[in-house]
Design a protein around this ligand. Structure first.
Ligand code: PA5
Length: 446
């Protein structure tokens, strides 16, 4: 199981800027109520909690066909891209540069035309399978790239084009589901599972299987997290303690910025996945936390100065890895130089761990609260566990904040205004709004 060390959040270790054990204890009842509420599964959004028990055979079947091709292109955005990207980068780093790892993988999420140009110049469309992911089936970015790619593929391979697509979408609603009814292959995201909670659905599992990772392992790790995160023993449940700490630090200490710093390059995109989950789920009604993605040790040389001496508005969460699955001994060369001699004979894993431990302590000494989550290694099992853990922490934090962690009303408004601008029927009033706003925007210009 993942470990949570929150010593440096506590007053006992960092003084008056920490939280007292008594205060944490006073949250126990409220926190356990939140767990009970989750267990009742009254909100449809909690459907993500069922995902660890899904049947993965449809995903495996789809993946098998895609693995016969040279390239795999994913089209999707937000929760429909960040999870699969994270799986790719964590479980198969430098995937496209390594032989024998299955198809080369490309993720086209933003509608930047230049990116599409470079992707297209890096792959042979004739030998490409495409996974279009959209829960709603109606996101403009994904729809646009799907339409472009469909036409291109049709020109390249004719009628075979339709067989090259796998649509991952709602089981009943939306345009992608309608297309699936015409015979295109499709996978279902269970009803209630929203984009940012969908990584353990076919959204992420197909990517896992295509790159040769075991989707069952991701789910097995999530199952273990489920047991632990719904435990009613407050002091034994890392999800409830973490959610309480984030909440109390924000409410009582004004620390509303949450930095997640994994000490592993392979988890860099995990902190990006977390950022979407944390911001879109909790940032509403004037409440929420601001997430901040980071990676160690790199950001020690970029951000730590700010965290140590800047505004007292942050909580830093370290993500530690025990076993890097590889190590290198620093050789006995350049011993005559002081800056290098002390490193001789030591290991790279030892260095990255020392840097992490030292940064925790340096922050604590400066009275800057921080905690550490530890996983034994970066593999499918522990990645599944991490996804599930942070999803539960987010739901619990939503409960404390009094917000619905499953909707995203303001993202929807942006989508509606875009529909208006792009001339979608029924959104004419939204177009007028944008045009009027342009007048206002012309007042102050340089
Ligand atoms: O979490 C969410 O619901 C959103 O971020 C969506 O994932 C994003 O807007 C893409 O939506 P869809 O999957 O419907 O295309």
């Amino acid at each position: 199981m993942l470990g949570l060390n929150y010593s440096f959040m506590m007053a006992e270790a960092i003084g008056s800027k920490g939280i007292t054990g008594r205060k944490l204890e006073s949250f126990r009842v409220k926190a356990l109520e939140a767990i009970e509420e989750i267990k009742r599964k009254r909100h449809p959004g909690l459907a993500f909690m069922e995902l660890p028990w899904q049947d993965v055979s449809p995903v495996r079947e789809a993946a098998q066909k895609l693995r016969d091709l040279d390239n795999f292109l994913l089209l999707g955005i937000g929760g429909s891209a960040l999870g699969p990207k994270c799986i790719l980068e964590a479980l198969s780093p430098f995937h496209n540069l390594r032989e024998g790892k299955g198809p080369k993988v490309f993720v086209y999420e933003n509608v930047d035309p230049a990116t599409l140009k470079y992707i297209l110049s890096s792959l042979d469309l004739k030998k490409t399978g495409i996974n279009v992911i959209s829960k709603s089936g109606g996101t403009s970015e994904t729809a646009a790239s799907f339409m472009i790619l469909y036409e291109m593929l049709e020109k390249a391979v004719g009628r075979e084009a339709a067989n090259r697509f796998v649509l991952t979408t709602d089981p009943e609603k939306g345009d992608l589901r309608k297309l699936a009814a015409t015979g295109m292959s499709a996978l279902s995201i269970p009803p209630g599972v929203g984009g940012r909670y969908s990584v353990l659905s076919p959204v992420g599992l197909l990517m896992a299987e295509v790159i040769g990772a075991d989707s069952e392992e991701l789910l097995a790790g999530a199952k273990e997290a489920h047991e632990k995160c719904l435990d009613c023993n407050f002091w034994e449940n890392p999800a409830i303690v973490a959610a309480t700490l984030y909440y109390v630090m924000q409410r009582d200490e004004g620390r509303a910025i949450d930095v997640l710093i994994p000490y592993a390059d392979r988890l860099k995109s995990f902190s990006e996945w977390f950022c979407q989950l944390w911001s879109e789920s909790l940032g509403k009604q004037g409440r929420g936390f601001t997430p901040y993605p980071s990676v160690g040790t790199t950001d020690q040389h970029s951000q730590v100065q700010l965290w140590m001496e800047g505004p007292e508005d942050k909580v830093i969460t370290f993500l530690r890895v025990e076993d890097y699955e590889a190590d290198f001994t620093i050789p006995d060369v350049f011993g005559q130089y002081e800056g290098m001699s002390f490193l001789r004979g030591q290991s790279l894993a030892g260095l990255i761990k020392a840097e992490e431990e030292a940064t925790e302590l340096a922050l604590a000494k400066a009275g800057r609260p921080n905690m550490a989550i530890t996983i034994p290694k970066v593999d499918a099992y522990y990645l599944g566990m991490l996804f599930y853990f942070f999803e539960v922490v987010t739901v619990l934090a939503g409960h404390f904040l009094g917000v619905n962690p499953f909707d995203q009303p303001s993202v929807e408004e942006g989508k509606r205004l875009t529909f208006g601008l792009m001339g979608k029927k029924g959104f004419e009033d939204k177009k007028r709004e944008v045009v009027q706003a342009r007048d206002k925007k012309s007042q102050f210009k340089i």
